[in-house]
Design a protein around this ligand. Structure first.
Ligand code: ZN
Length: 469
């Protein structure tokens, strides 16, 4: 999960959609996330000063789908054109067509690799003197932190003098630097996404990914589902045709369009008759985790499939005659056929006790987990860890290959309990139980999951009806 400040913002934002303008005065502390309601009035009082703000508000308010786009393009939308996009465009054209009355418009420049302010200002027709003016005090220095993909916009008066500079960091955040009699002041303008909760049901007909795709789920949500249930379900080998899945999840919307995936709130997976359910819970300390309805953590000591399951080929038959020894050797592990280079993960936290090469094993890694458990990973193309290294669950320890006695690229995975090989597919039944929520959290948890439980139940009922037809 690579998520910065902004994504944190939209992940946890409540359903508050709107524009927040935090007027920043010289010497004031920077407001990263101002509270929408508190600052509304401040906005209004701070407004008068510049046309720029009116322009920004028009770009950042209203709810038509193109506004996010507009925010990164030049536009002459004025503050009161808040109608639907089509009407808006028409208004815009008729308003703009008499050339005499053209108002100054933003000239937006995309930041490229290797760019600096000097180059960008020059491309927009402004000088190093202008760069100096905007960035000379502590407030303006923030403008020096620019990254490829961001946008720097310029607004000049009819004499061609620079009046405002805007730094669009994302559709959710921009800063406007405004020239007031030779001094620049800055305003931070932030937006919040609107969180919507969705519930979907699906049945696997060929693959989990196709079922998810048919149900309108993004690949990201399916990967998240697999991560949540990865201690309980082997997504490479367990899913079966006919398996039912229901998911309650959230999406972040901006201007009526999906902006990003939000979290999964609840998931139910009927895997070949075995029902697995997980609920997202934020405990009274603010820690987030996924738990079964009885409060047992979904985070287990071991992953079921210690590799990127999306790349495992389902047509692989682990019970074949051994291709090299031509006998049906007792098979002491699980084989996952996957393309060379597929990432292999540490099944659990532990320490690498061996990382080497032998003729039968090829490149191999052995990991010790606590006292009694050990996992083996054979035929690796590359090893990514060294002997003695500590590893975390899910950490990439190597890649799938066909080194040693293997005809094709696959991961041979073994699980040992007190030195004895166990079937990795069934060993979980004898492993220590996962952590449960403490009694002090249980009542709160039960209240917390009432809504998602009902949502899951209603989608099950609906898909049951659909299936009965
Ligand atoms: Zn094998």
């Amino acid at each position: 999960m690579i998520r910065g400040v902004i994504s944190f913002n939209y992940l946890i934002q409540l359903s508050v959609s709107g524009t927040t303008v935090a007027r920043q005065r010289r010497g004031a502390t920077r407001l990263e996330h101002s509270k929408p309601t508190a600052d509304r009035s401040a906005i209004i009082w701070g407004l008068g000063s510049v046309v720029a703000i009116a322009l920004v508000i028009s770009l950042f308010s209203g709810d038509d789908a193109e506004r996010a786009e507009l925010a990164t393009k030049s536009s002459t939308v004025t503050a009161d054109s808040r109608s639907d996009p089509i009407v808006n465009d028409e208004l815009l054209e008729s308003a703009v067509s008499p050339p005499e009355t053209t108002e100054p418009s933003w000239q937006d420049i995309k930041v490229r690799n290797g760019d600096n302010l000097s180059l960008i200002f020059a491309r927009a027709g402004f000088s190093d003197r202008d760069v100096y003016e905007v960035t000379r005090d502590s407030e303006g220095r923030a403008l020096r932190k620019i990254y490829p993909g961001q946008t720097i916009g310029f607004l000049a008066n009819t004499e061609g003098e620079l009046m405002s500079v805007r730094h669009i960091e994302s559709p959710l955040k921009q800063t406007i630097y405004t020239n007031e009699a030779g001094q620049y002041s800055s305003q931070l303008v932030t937006r919040d996404t609107e969180l919507r909760t969705k519930t979907v049901g699906m049945t696997i007909e060929s693959s989990l990914f196709l079922a998810g795709d048919d149900a309108g789920l993004s690949a990201g949500i399916i990967m998240e589902l697999a991560a949540i249930l990865g201690g309980v379900i082997d997504f490479a080998l367990d899913p079966r045709v006919g398996d039912d899945i229901q998911i309650v999840y959230q999406e972040n919307f901006l201007d009526g369009q999906k902006f990003t995936d939000g979290p999964i709130l609840a998931a139910s997976f009927n895997n070949n008759g075995r029902l697995v359910e997980a609920f997202r819970y934020t405990d009274s300390q603010g820690d987030v985790g996924y738990f079964a309805a009885d409060g047992v953590s979904m985070r287990k000591a071991f992953l079921r499939a210690p590799l990127d399951f999306t790349r495992v080929s389902s047509s692989f038959n682990p019970n074949r005659l051994h291709p090299i020894y031509k006998t049906k050797r007792p098979h002491r592990g699980t084989d996952y056929a996957a393309p060379r280079g597929t990432p292999v993960y540490a099944a659990g936290d532990g320490r690498v006790v061996e990382a080497g090469y032998s003729r039968p094993n090829g490149n191999y890694v052995f990991i010790q987990h606590g006292e009694g458990f050990k996992t083996h990973y054979l035929h690796l193309n590359r090893k990514r860890v060294k002997r003695g290294e500590r590893v975390k669950q899910g950490q990439v320890i190597g890649t799938v290959g066909s080194t040693g006695a293997a005809t094709g690229p696959h991961l041979h995975y073994e699980f040992l309990v007190n030195g004895v090989h166990r079937n990795p597919r069934t060993v979980h039944k004898i492993l220590p139980k996962a952590k449960s929520l403490p009694d002090s959290e249980l009542n709160r948890f039960r209240a917390y999951i009432i809504d998602p439980v009902q949502r899951l139940a209603s989608v099950k009922a609906t898909s049951g009806l659909a299936g009965a037809k």
